[in-house]
Every structure is written in structure tokens, then in C-alpha cells.
Design a protein around this ligand. Structure first.
Ligand SMILES: Nc1ncnc2c1ncn2[C@@H]1O[C@H](COP(=O)(O)OP(=O)(O)OP(=O)(O)O)[C@@H](O)[C@H]1O
Length: 395
């Protein structure tokens, strides 16, 4: 069933939290709702379920406007796993999961499908403590019980508010695997997820909420860019590819860039530049890189940091264009670092004339923090450039 959110507005007193949010979640897809604290994710989820009436706009589940439905009818279409998991009454786990069946029960009739409760408990791995009081299970277990309740509700649309928060790594993965299974069975899911890497790995699309509006909505690898993350979270990040899952991986970087407006150019090759590039970026420098071989570790590090980078084809050698482009980056940089003198300076010697700081030997590889500190100190002192001293070392 499709979920359609059209121009939804929501305010608390004078605080405008949602300011014209629109998105369509297609049937059978899992969309991750991401955004900074206070962006309005929970408010949007509560508005979709009918828990809050929108100040303006509409939410449709399939062909019905949710806010025109009775709460029973709405609950047959949309099930929720809330963020707040405190349940203080002394119900058993099974009682709580059975509550999910209310929308399907006639007032004095039997549940038309009682097995669904057992199945929901098995799928969420809570059956083993079904008869225990809900007050006597851990926070993570309670979260899974609430997921079981939502499954028992057997609604085509599933909303999840931080389904993995407080879960151990094993149950984070199992929970999202289960949500993925539910989606492949045809359910439509919208899940607020703070962990961007998990969101990118599991969701078909990400909806980035920021300042009450939709900042971006699309496949994770299109949405998770350093620019969007800066705009949404006001954070400096590197976006790379998770080597195991192939999905985007977001690494937040420290925010010292403003204190260090200098640019450092790194010359490397064969993976020698990557450790230093990361360290320098983390120390707040703007970093440029190259020439490096297309697709190698140095190139991947530069791409993850959205750093200006000159690349050459594998085995092609550095051709004139790449050489000139690298020359421009060197000329624009406040300092240039040769990550490893194993490169042999060769033609680079010309490139570097007047801009040289050689990190030297294996320091950049084996102890990038030492090399980065050295570069930082030299740049701070303003004397990294000894004209023509291409072979000068600081180690
Ligand atoms: N009942 C309420 N009364 C007043 N303000 C509220 C209420 N509920 C939420 N807010 C405010 O609305 C804004 C959005 O809150 P919301 O919980 O939707 O954000 P969120 O994106 O889910 O945040 P988080 O990532 O921290 O869970 C926040 O500034 C919050 O303080």
C-alpha cells in the first residue's frame, strides 16, 4: 500500500516543526527518515499515524486519507513501532503483542487469526519470554516486543521510530533484516534511523528532513553527499563506500576546519597518500590530492573526502594534462606533502619546486598522525616551503 504525504504542516504553539513536507513512499519499499535531532522525524511519524492532526496537508494510506479514518480503520492500514518503549503496566509480553490484534477483533468476537501473535513473537525472537512481565525485560527486548506487536497488527504500512536504537549489533542487523523481509513480502516501511550507515545499507531510499522540510529524497548513494550532510547536520563528513556491503559509509570529521583554512596538497601513490590525507582532513585542513591512480586507495580516500583530486589511468603514467592539473593544485596549496619518497621524485621535483615539505619515508604510512602533526606544525610556523628543496625531509 502506498503512503502519500502531501504538504504536511505541524506546529507546537509558535514552533513550526513541519513546514510543507511531501513525499510518496512506494508500495514494497523501505524508506529511511534521517535528519538531525529536533528535525521533526518523530512528529512526522506521529502525524502520519493520526496521533497528531496536521495543521495543514494530507496523509493518505492507499486510497484513504488517514485523518478521515476511525482509529481502528487507520490501525488496520498503519502499524507503528514507537521510539518510547516504557510500558509500566504489568502485562505479559504476550499480552502486549496481542494488543496489536485489537483493530482486527470484533468487540465481543474472537481474533480471526490468533496464530499471527505467535508468529510475530517468533519472528522477533521474543517467544522465549512470552509469559514474562513486560516490566521485566530489557530495553532492547522491549523494543523487539513492540515490533512484534506491530507485526501482529498485520498492517500493510509499517512506521518505525528508531527501531535499532538501544539494540546490540546482532539485533540491529536482525531487526533490519526482518524489516527488509517484511518489505519484500509487500509491506511499505518508513523508519527513522539515526545511524546513517545502517540506513544507507538497508533502505531503498532516504528522506532527509531538515528545518521542517525535505532537504533530499532518493537512493542513499545520491542523497548521502558531503554537501547534503553539511546542510542537514551542519557536520563535516567523509562519504566512502563500505568495502563489505558496498553501501555508502559516512564518517563524521572533526570541526576544526575553520581554524585551519590552509590547503595541503598530498602527492602519493599506491596507497601511501591515503592515511595522511585522512589525518590532514581530520585535523581540519582542506586537502587536495594527486596525481594518483584511478580507483586506488589514495583515490578512494580523496573521493570520500570530496577532495580535489587528479587521477591517471592505471599503468598509464602521468600524462601532460594530469601533470598540469596537479601543478595547479600544488601552486594553489599552502604546502605540499610527498607522502612517501619511495615514489622517487623524478618529474615531481619540478612540480614541487618552491612548495615542498617531504613527510618522508614510511612516516606517512606507518605513523600518519606523526606526519600530520609535523605538517600542521610546519604550516602553522609558516615555513614549510624551502624553495627548491625537494629532497628536504622533516623526519
Ligand atoms: N509535544 C511537544 N510540544 C512542544 N514541542 C514539541 C513537542 N514534541 C516535539 N516538540 C519539538 O518539535 C521539534 C521536533 O521534535 P521531534 O521529536 O519530531 O524531532 P526528531 O527529529 O524526532 O528528533 P530526535 O532525532 O531528537 O528524535 C523539537 O524541537 C521538539 O522539541
Amino acid at each position: 500500500m502506498r503512503l502519500d504525504i502531501q504538504n504536511v504542516e505541524q506546529s507546537f504553539g509558535s514552533l513550526r516543526v513541519l513546514d510543507g513536507v511531501s513525499a510518496t513512499i512506494g508500495e514494497g519499499s523501505l524508506v529511511g527518515l534521517v535528519g538531525p535531532n529536533g528535525a521533526g522525524k518523530t512528529t512526522l511519524l506521529r502525524t502520519i499515524t493520526g496521533g497528531l492532526s496536521p495543521a495543514a496537508g494530507t496523509v493518505s494510506a492507499g486510497d484513504a486519507a488517514v485523518h478521515d479514518l476511525s482509529s481502528r480503520a487507520a490501525s488496520r492500514r498503519i502499524a507503528v513501532v514507537p521510539q518510547e518503549t516504557t510500558i509500566s503496566f504489568d502485562f505479559t509480553v504476550r499480552d502486549v503483542v496481542e494488543m496489536g490484534r485489537h483493530p482486527h477483533q470484533a468487540r465481543f468476537g474472537a481474533d480471526p487469526d490468533p496464530d499471527i501473535v505467535t508468529e510475530a513473537m517468533e519472528r522477533t525472537e521474543v517467544a522465549q519470554f512470552a509469559e514474562r512481565s513486560i516490566t521485566a525485560v530489557s530495553g532492547g527486548e522491549r523494543k523487539r516486543v513492540l515490533l512484534a506487536r506491530a507485526l501482529a497488527q498485520d498492517a500493510p504500512i509499517l512506521l518505525l521510530d528508531e527501531p535499532t536504537a538501544g539494540l546490540d549489533v546482532n539485533h540491529q542487523i536482525r531487526t533490519l533484516d526482518l524489516v527488509r523481509d517484511l518489505v519484500s513480502e509487500g509491506r511499505t516501511a518508513l523508519a527513522a534511523i539515526h545511524d546513517l550507515d545502517l540506513a544507507a545499507r538497508y533502505c531503498d531510499e532516504l528522506l532527509v528532513l531538515s528545518d521542517g522540510g525535505v532537504l533530499a529524497y532518493g537512493p542513499p548513494d545520491e542523497v548521502l553527499t558531503t554537501d547534503t550532510l553539511r546542510a542537514a547536520f551542519d557536520a563535516r563528513t567523509a562519504v566512502s563506500e563500505n568495502p563489505v556491503t558496498g553501501s555508502p559509509a559516512v564518517t563524521p570529521l572533526s570541526e576544526r576546519a575553520d581554524e585551519r583554512p590552509e590547503t595541503v596538497h598530498v602527492l602519493g601513490g599506491g596507497g601511501t597518500a591515503a592515511p595522511l590525507v585522512r589525518r590532514l582532513a581530520d585535523a581540519g585542513f582542506r586537502v587536495t590530492v594527486g596525481p594518483v591512480v584511478e580507483g586506488d586507495a589514495d583515490h578512494r580516500a580523496a573521493r570520500a573526502l570530496a577532495a580535489d583530486c587528479v587521477t591517471v589511468e592505471p599503468f598509464a603514467g602521468v600524462a601532460g594534462d594530469a601533470y598540469d592539473a596537479a601543478g595547479r593544485l600544488v601552486a594553489d596549496a599552502d604546502a605540499t606533502v610527498v607522502a612517501s619518497d619511495a615514489l622517487g621524485l623524478g618529474r615531481n621535483r619540478e612540480l614541487l619546486a618552491g612548495h615542498v615539505l617531504v613527510a618522508g619515508d614510511r612516516t606517512a604510512l606507518d605513523a600518519p598522525h606523526v606526519a600530520a602533526e609535523r605538517v600542521a606544525a610546519a604550516v602553522r610556523e609558516g615555513e614549510p616551503c624551502r624553495p627548491g628543496a625537494a629532497s628536504a625531509r622533516t623526519d
